[in-house]
Ligand binder design. Structure first.
Ligand SMILES: Cc1ncc(COP(=O)(O)O)c(C=O)c1O
Length: 512
């Protein structure tokens, strides 16, 4: 692991020490100095403009839209969505945005929705709605309600289950398609099932689950289906608008009770912005929280947050108005052109392949397998070479049927850079294909393989040393060596390790 670039803040004169609020500068700084310091901090981040980042950020590459989004966000930054009677603008904007999404996703006339703070919140509220709508949750002698979850589904659903007191019934994915099979979903549904989840598309591999077939299973068994279209909803809608035949995946499919779609992904709106659409009002109300037993203002929260910023909603509303259908069509075309260039490069490059059959512009690249069925080389090494050339893909770990891979969310900005990335990808694969894999000492490998979650805190120092992270640099850039280590670990051990890393990253800066 290489440390992230050093950031050093400009020196400022030492002000006299004042009592109180010791962590703040004793004398307030001039706005220009504050902004300079923020700029220095940002210089250490991966660049989110320029079409070289293939995760985390969706770049539309339209400077006019960027300025409009900033202005809309700023205009509403002080508005509190807590109370739409005090701020009717928020209800007006939310109704416009949700209404437009219901139209895009084939919702019946009685369907409704809620603007949320991101994909995770949409997933969590869908689970809460299902839990509180489902009679089985209360009628099975105290047994916990169950969530039927393909293993390719986003971990936000596991988080929801853990926080909301549900058991997860995991459904494996097919080793070739990386999608769950409807028969396996049917086998997982039981009398305590309160919700089944399908992805449209899955984050790791961009695979569209067989939503219509899974919905049929759900209808037969009388359980609701939630479609997680957080990353894929507007992506697939864009492909549909371009005239492609996209398998049914939305609220037009009977049996789909709710659908989550992020605006801050392929809707190209500023973060955080998502929507959770429901087939009916009862289900939406079951996601909400209302309360009367206190002396304060009347409480009804439509999301997890109570006080919430209106800036992201205003920016999303402005984006819809500015882009219009033709604008989204142009962005979809740009994404598709970039994806075609990159997929052609993977096909033409010996040693790598695309995993599953991605539905559109979210793809994962893995090493070919050798005669024994193992990856022929360490794909993480390709990531290292590409990073050195200024590209930022996302290394993904092996799990279940899926080998380690490199993830790309391909956005409109990539249309201008895909040709260069394609050339660098081919060169990087050629460079590392025959290189020695990441060398880890045999006894370390053995020890890590046998590590139990409870052993992790004691073994953490050794792990950091093995990863090359014990140099106090404070940087945690992940490279092939770190991923090779993580790939060795049992998934439950990984979970503890990453929490301990986060524990180190978030070490507060104290004044004294
Ligand atoms: C399919 C899917 N669901 C849920 C999420 C969680 O979204 P967020 O990171 O906005 O909370 C993601 C994020 O990538 C996703 O791809």
């Amino acid at each position: 692991m290489t440390p992230s670039p050093e950031t050093s803040l400009p020196d400022l004169p030492d002000p006299p020490d004042l009592p109180g609020l010791p962590g703040l500068p004793s004398q307030g700084l001039a706005p220009a100095d504050v902004l300079d310091r923020l700029e220095v901090l940002r210089a250490g981040d991966v660049p989110h403009e320029g079409g070289r980042l293939f995760a985390y950020v969706f770049e539309h590459a339209d400077p006019v839209l960027t300025r409009l989004q900033h202005a809309a966000h700023a205009a509403f930054s002080a508005v509190n969505m807590l109370d739409p009677t005090a701020f009717p603008s928020v209800a007006a904007m939310e109704n416009d945005v949700v209404g437009a999404l219901l139209d895009v996703f084939g919702a019946p006339p009685e369907a409704v929705g809620t603007f949320t703070s991101g994909g995770t919140e949409s997933c969590m509220l869908a689970v809460k709605s299902a839990r509180d709508s489902h009679p089985a949750a209360r009628t099975t002698g105290g047994g916990r309600p169950e969530l039927v979850l393909p293993e390719s589904a986003h971990p936000a659903f596991v988080k929801a289950a853990e926080w909301l007191g549900l058991d997860v019934v995991s459904v494996p994915v097919d080793a070739v398609t990386l999608a769950p099979r409807p028969a396996d979903v049917a086998a997982a549904v039981g009398e305590r099932t309160c919700l089944v989840v399908a992805s449209a598309v899955s984050y790791p591999h961009g695979v569209l689950d067989p939503v219509a077939e899974i919905a049929e299973v759900c209808r037969d068994r009388g359980v609701p289906l939630h479609v997680d279209a957080c990353i894929g909803g507007l992506l697939l809608a864009g492909r549909r608008a371009l005239g492609e035949a996209v398998p049914p995946f939305d609220l037009a499919v009977p049996g789909v009770a709710s659908l989550g779609v992020d605006l801050h992904k392929y809707g190209y709106t500023p973060k955080p912005a998502s929507a959770l659409l429901f087939a009916d009002r009862e289900r939406r109300r079951a996601a909400w929280f209302g309360y009367g037993r206190w002396a304060g203002y009347p409480i009804v929260n439509t999301t997890i947050q109570s006080t919430k910023p209106a800036g992201p909603l205003a920016a999303a509303w402005a984006t819809f108005q500015y882009l219009g259908r033709d604008g989204y069509l142009r962005l979809s075309e740009a994404q598709r052109a970039a994806t075609r260039t990159l997929l052609a490069a993977v096909t033409a490059t010996d040693g790598v392949r695309v995993l599953g059959s991605p539905a559109a512009d979210v793809v994962a690249i893995a090493a070919d397998v050798d005669a024994a069925g193992r990856p022929a080389f360490d794909i993480g090494l390709v990531d290292d070479v590409l990073r050195a050339r200024g590209w930022h893909l996302q290394a993904q770990l092996a799990y279940g049927a899926a080998p380690a891979s490199l993830h790309l969310t391909i956005d409109a900005a990539a249309a201008a850079t895909a040709g260069d990335l394609a050339a660098d990808l081919a060169a990087a694969v050629a460079e590392v294909r025959d290189a020695a894999p990441v060398e880890l000492p045999a006894e370390l490998v053995e020890r890590l393989r046998s590590l139990e979650p409870a052993d992790v805190p004691a073994a953490f120092g050794e792990l950091l040393t093995a990863a090359g992270l014990d140099d106090d640099s404070g940087g945690f850039a992940v490279d092939a060596r770190v991923n090779a280590l993580l790939n060795l670990l049992d998934p439950d051990v990984r979970r503890v390790v990453v929490a301990l890393v986060a524990d180190l990253v978030f070490t507060p800066n104290r004044a004294g």
